[in-house]
Design a binder for this molecule. Structure first.
Ligand code: HEC
Length: 598
């Protein structure tokens, strides 16, 4: 047991510790990619025994806190800290980080946000404070080059981002999870994580790499101020989602333009360094892709200056997912991969190259699909044929590519152990054997876990979903949730009322709904009065946010459509007109209306 522990978390040799740390990070990347794939499979086959939301939470937590957090910290620690101190100080923090993520991995799929998963995420926050305190202290002693300053801002952003998480508890117990402030706290966390911690961190590591080779970029105090101010004020975009005020739009508009400028001033010299430097082709390619992704990210945010685009950017879910992945896969993953190879933390081999090639193809093709489909919806052109299938196939390349990289890392790890123990070959042999055993063991554990959430865990996970539904949401009511408890339909169709409804539908609904039975962004309207009660339809129109969060039928639709229907402030009287028009539409198109109440 002791031997296995010292294998999983070795402290004796620096090289060994380094490759173990990176190995764990890639393992979490692999697991996150499997959960991502599972979510995309939801669109192809029915997976009724799994709660989509829980899988989403697992995927995002493992990706952000397992892969991103551990790998960026590895990058910072191994770039900045002198060898002797690494083994002493950072080992326990690393282990704490791994334990927190494993805890989340085994709780989120089953309970979503619950006692166990929240405890482990709290542990994760404490570990992140440990890292921040130690690193900031170490940075005090270093010369404040641009690279070091960027990394310091990254670490500060990480600490600032966590304030959003501490706010969640008090807000949800006093105001509830539906409140705007709850939503804004989550966005606070995400904003400072993505745009601060990851973007500044990766930029800092790339800049630092070249500084260590004698190439320093010019980065004045002014540039530093602009970059940080733009980070703080782009949070205004989130405020516009809750309260679309012209001031907030203006602040965000100014901030995104400053941000693009600040990015360009750093990216441009870096492009020159990368292309002229003697680093390997693979490292160059990855760094180029990372820098281009950063530029595109800045550009996309700058387009949001236009309020119309800003609204579509968060109502169309493909854009949201595409944006998150642009930062986390494009900038963070490719950037850190490039740094790790350029610094020779990971040895280059054919296997490693193929792995990264798969990841690059997966990244470019899935991002293109997401943004293309998002734009088609925006232009009201509907769906690409087999869109979900293509997206799934593109995403399959992620876990395959990561497996290749893991293989390269494990081979390197075995070598590093062999190297540090090469004095006595008998011991050496037995150590390799134990390692192989523990490797098989850990893959086995992973396998058991995977199947338990695949087949064996069926009863358990559906049981949890049921209790959650029973506790948190009122039992599924065919009338939905909202103020409308009953609707008097009268005998026939009120043509005048239907005409008033048509005007509203034309203006506010046809961007996403067709009048036939084909799905556009939302389901086609044809037959809607036959599948839903009139109260449910009117509640959906007037109280859509609550319906999407609490009504099981609406939630199911959301899982299928992946876009939140926006609240458009429709009055009850207007909604009654829309209902009348939908009844008329069903009478002419489907030949039957109101079957849901008959
Ligand atoms: C931005 C796109 C969008 C707009 C605009 C929109 N909806 Fe929706 N609607 C959706 C989506 C998507 C769903 C499925 C639930 C979800 O994912 O939010 C939906 C679901 C519905 C449903 C339930 C359909 C069913 O089959 O049960 C009704 C009814 C509905 N919308 C009515 C309206 C009306 C009326 C308007 C205009 C006032 C409107 N929607 C505007 C996207 C939209």
């Amino acid at each position: 047991m002791n031997r296995m522990l010292s294998y999983l978390f070795p402290f004796d040799s620096e090289k060994e510790f380094q490759i173990t740390w990176i190995g764990w990070a890639f393992t979490f990347f692999f697991i996150a990619s499997l959960f991502g794939l599972l979510m995309r499979a939801f669109h192809l086959v029915e997976v009724p025994w799994l709660a989509y939301k829980n899988i989403l939470h697992t995927h995002s937590h493992i990706a952000l806190l397992g892969w991103g957090f551990l790998m960026l910290n590895a990058g910072i620690v191994f770039s900045l800290i002198r060898k002797k101190e690494i083994n002493k100080g950072y080992g326990w923090l690393f282990i704490g980080g791994v334990i927190a993520v494993i805890g989340m991995l085994f709780s989120f799929p089953f309970q979503g946000y619950g006692l166990i998963s929240i405890s482990f995420s709290t542990l994760q926050i404490l570990v992140s404070y440990g890292f921040a305190a130690k690193l900031l202290k170490a940075i005090q002693l270093l010369e404040k080059t641009p690279g070091v300053r960027l990394i310091r801002w990254a670490i500060l952003s990480m600490v600032i981002s966590s304030l959003g998480l501490w706010a969640l508890g008090p807000i949800s117990s006093s105001l509830g999870r539906m409140h705007e402030l709850y939503f804004m706290s989550i966005q606070w966390f995400l904003h400072f994580q993505l745009n601060g911690w990851f973007v500044f961190g990766v930029l800092g590591l790339v800049v630092l790499f070249f500084e260590n080779r004698g190439l320093t970029i010019k980065w004045s105090v002014w540039q530093e101020i602009i970059l940080v101010i733009s980070l703080v004020f782009t949070y205004a975009l989130v405020i516009t989602w809750a309260n679309p005020s012209p001031t907030a739009f203006a602040i965000n508009g100014l901030a995104v333009i400053l941000q693009l400028l600040a990015y360009l001033l750093i990216i441009t010299p870096l492009f020159g360094f990368v292309s002229k430097s003697g680093i390997s082709k693979l490292a160059k390619t990855l760094l180029f892709f990372a820098l281009i992704s950063l530029f595109i990210k800045g550009l996309l945010q700058a387009i949001l200056v236009l309020p119309a685009v800003a609204v579509m950017s968060y109502t169309i879910r493909m854009y949201v997912i595409g944006f998150l992945h642009l930062v986390l896969l494009g900038i963070m993953t490719l950037g850190l991969g490039g740094v790790a190879i350029a610094r020779e933390w990971i040895d280059e081999s054919r296997v490693l190259k193929s792995g990264w090639l798969f990841i690059l193809i997966a990244f470019v093709s899935s991002e293109s699909l997401l943004f293309l489909q998002g734009t088609l919806i925006w232009a009201r052109l509907g769906f690409l044929s087999d869109y979900h299938l293509w997206l799934f196939l593109a995403s399959c390349l992620f876990p395959i590519g990561i497996l290749f990289i893991l293989r390269a890392v494990i081979i390197q790890k075995i070598k590093s152990v062999t190297h540090s123990n090469s004095k006595i070959s008998i011991q050496n042999n037995s150590k390799i054997k134990t390692m192989k055993k523990s490797l098989i063991l850990s893959i086995g554990i992973l396998g058991i876990f995977m199947t338990s959430c695949g087949g064996g865990g069926t009863s358990e996970s559906s049981a949890t979903t049921e209790t959650v539904t029973a506790n948190e949401t009122p039992a599924a009511s065919p009338s939905g949730i909202g103020e409308i408890k009953s609707v008097d339909l009268g005998t026939g169709i009120d043509a005048k009322l239907a005409e008033a409804g048509l005007a509203i539908v034309d203006m506010k609904c046809t961007a996403c709904h067709q009048l036939n039975d084909k799905r556009l962004v939302g389901p086609g309207f044809q037959g809607v009065t036959n599948r839903r009660r009139p109260e449910w339809i009117m509640n959906m129109i007037t109280n859509v946010d609550v319906m999407l969060d609490q009504d099981p039928t609406a939630q199911k639709l959301l899982e299928e459509c992946l876009t939140r229907m926006p609240n458009q402030n429709i009055t009850q009287a207007d909604a009654r007109g829309v209902l009348e028009y939908l009844r008329q539409n069903d009478e002419t198109k489907a030949g039957v209306r109101d079957a849901a109440v008959k």
